[in-house]
Design a protein around this ligand. Structure first.
Ligand code: E4P
Length: 221
């Protein structure tokens, strides 16, 4: 399973790139708002992310509401950098725009996917990636992992005529990462806070502390 970083924060992206573990970045309007960025700097900010992540897919979300505006937005955003992937919500307008952009060779990541039918429709429309959300199901006391498992199983049954990958999104915990990996999800897009938790384990900390203590004995011998 690949890891994408789910953030628009440049420092987090730089640090995760230094770890050598991420192969892409996903952003959304909420994540950009968290950086304190404004509308005027949006394209430049996304360009900077694309430059930092050269050769890796960077999902940039359109906030247009009509298919026509999504297509126009998608064409404009695709010019920011060669590694931009246009992120569009699953909806009739989003499907129409995905179909048009895919026909032009512009890759689309369909987001806000919660069900198997939404996933299949997005891929039929031409989406290169789909992003089923896990954590937001858990937020309403439903099982997000179960939904992601169903989507992965259903998608594996078919050939969509183009390369498709499932991005497990709204990943909130290391346990979500484990479950996505066990079901064979292609990619997990993970916030940096969760990625940092995923590196840690109390037995790793305890083991390292005892190795350091024992090494002092060696140095003092
Ligand atoms: C990524 O594509 C999604 O926008 C993101 O994972 C949503 O995560 P959240 O539900 O924690 O906001």
């Amino acid at each position: 399973m690949q890891f994408f970083l789910d953030t628009a924060n440049l420092d987090e992206i730089r640090e995760a790139l230094n770890w050598g573990v991420i192969t892409g970045v996903t952003t959304n309007p909420t994540l950009y708002a968290k950086t304190g960025g404004n509308l005027a700097h949006f394209d430049d900010h996304m360009r900077t992310i694309c430059e930092l992540c050269e050769g890796m897919p960077v999902s940039v979300e359109s906030t247009a509401t009509t298919a026509q505006d999504m297509i126009a937005d998608g064409r404009r955003l695709a010019h920011i950098a060669p590694n931009v992937v246009i992120k569009l919500p699953v909806s009739p307008e989003g499907l129409t725009a995905t179909h048009a952009l895919a026909a032009e060779g512009i890759p689309v990541n369909m987001t806000l996917i919660f069900t198997v039918p939404q996933a299949l429709l997005a891929l039929r429309a031409g989406a290169r990636y789909i992003s089923p959300f896990v954590g937001r199901f858990d937020d309403i006391a439903e099982d997000g992992v179960e939904q992601l498992t169903s989507i992965c199983a259903a998608v594996q049954n078919y050939d969509f005529g183009h390369k498709v990958e499932i991005i497990g999104a709204s990943i909130r915990t290391p346990q979500h990462i484990t479950q996505a990996a066990l079901m064979g999800c292609d990619i997990a897009t993970v916030p940096f806070s969760t990625l940092k938790k995923a590196v840690q384990h109390p037995l790793t900390d305890r083991g390292l502390a005892s190795f350091m203590e024992d090494w002092k004995k060696v140095e003092q011998a």
